[in-house]
Design a protein around this ligand. Structure first.
Ligand SMILES: [Zn+2]
Length: 341
């Protein structure tokens, strides 16, 4: 393990509270969306700002005009919203060199921690991963987070439970290909997933304790990511599965939800007992059933059975998908078992 002890270089300054004004009295350029800003401004009537920009989607078409205007303005940026708003603000802060404060509208992703942004290119329909600025400060306003739909908050844990299959794939890759592997980090990753079990009831209730646990789990996940120097402990076959559906625009789901379905299915194809992880995913209240994710059964079977080819053609990282050849029959059988249908 290669530990970088400069923790403050890794994390933004994180505050959990109920009054954003206790953090700062600065006047910001605000980037938000109408729904979350409506909630924010109701709580903080008359909140001063230099300018308010609404963003509907994190596409280059929407972001570039904002960037051009913000470049000419003075003052720090405040992003109030979900992953799309945060990603856009991180990109703009990177391009303008401005300081950035984030108030997440929900804890659906770990976007509040990371120095990259995913921005959509509507022409190519590709989501591009761009260099961005890690937020300087993050304020978790518990009133806002408790008011967010529980579905959005619990979906953030998709990228934590993904460690259950990804850490296993990592070990497999080491055994089969000699890829460098860190057993301690793999254990930490597994331990983090297990730590969710006693907190599951609070998390599923969207209680303050539960939300705090999600924030802690996402922060710990990002810490392990940094210790590993990359996403190997959290991105394995379950993410390759998820990416295939995201790239093909099949279904209507949050990232963490399709990842959760991937974790369940890949645990099965890894030849492991899937009952504990299924109980955990269900207990956390993560939406993972294909019907609720809007994925037709025929597409689910067809795409999952094409995963081996997808991985080979793109020469993706080694996972269980390199050694377990999936026919449509295998997929049908796997789905029947893990979904209990
Ligand atoms: Zn992910």
């Amino acid at each position: 393990m290669n530990i970088d002890y400069k923790i403050h270089d890794i994390f933004p300054q994180i505050t959990v509270g109920r009054d954003f004004r206790e953090m700062t009295a600065e006047t910001f350029i605000i980037i938000s969306n109408e729904i979350v800003y409506g909630i924010f401004s109701k709580k903080y009537p008359g909140f001063p700002c230099r300018r308010l920009f609404y963003l509907n989607d994190n596409t280059f078409e929407e972001i570039e005009p904002l960037l051009a205007e913000i470049k000419t303005m003075d003052g720090p940026i405040l992003a109030i919203g979900g992953g799309a708003v945060i990603d856009a603000a991180k990109y703009i802060a990177h391009e303008t060199g401005k300081s950035l404060v984030v108030v997440p509208g929900a804890v659906t992703t770990d976007a509040f921690l990371t120095p990259v942004s995913v921005i959509k290119n509507t022409r190519t329909r590709v989501e591009e991963v761009c260099r961005a600025k890690k937020p300087d400060r993050v304020y978790f306003d518990m009133d806002i987070l408790e008011g967010a739909p529980v579905r959005y908050n619990v979906a953030g844990l998709g990228d934590v439970i993904s460690m259950y299959t990804a850490a296993y794939d990592w070990r497999l890759a080491h055994q089969k290909t000699g890829e460098p592997f860190d057993p301690l980090l793999a254990e930490m990753a597994m331990g983090l997933v297990k730590s969710l079990e006693p907190a599951a009831a609070e998390i599923a209730k969207n209680s303050p304790t539960g939300i705090k646990h999600i924030i802690d789990a996402l922060t710990a996940e990002f810490f392990i990511y940094n210790l590993a120097g990359g996403n190997r402990p959290e991105v394995g076959s379950e993410h390759l599965f998820a990416r295939l559906f995201e790239e093909n625009h099949i279904g209507n789901f949050l990232h963490g939800e399709i990842v959760a379905l991937g974790v369940l299915l890949m645990t099965y194809f890894q030849g492991r007992d899937f009952r504990w992880i299924r109980m955990l995913i269900g207990g956390l209240g993560i939406n993972y059933k294909p019907q609720t994710l809007g994925i037709p059964t025929a597409d689910l079977i067809r795409l999952t059975a094409s995963l081996n080819r997808y991985v080979q053609e793109r020469n993706l990282r080694y996972t269980v998908l390199n050694q377990c050849l999936l026919t449509e029959q295998d997929v049908k059988q796997g789905l029947r078992e893990v979904l209990g249908e």
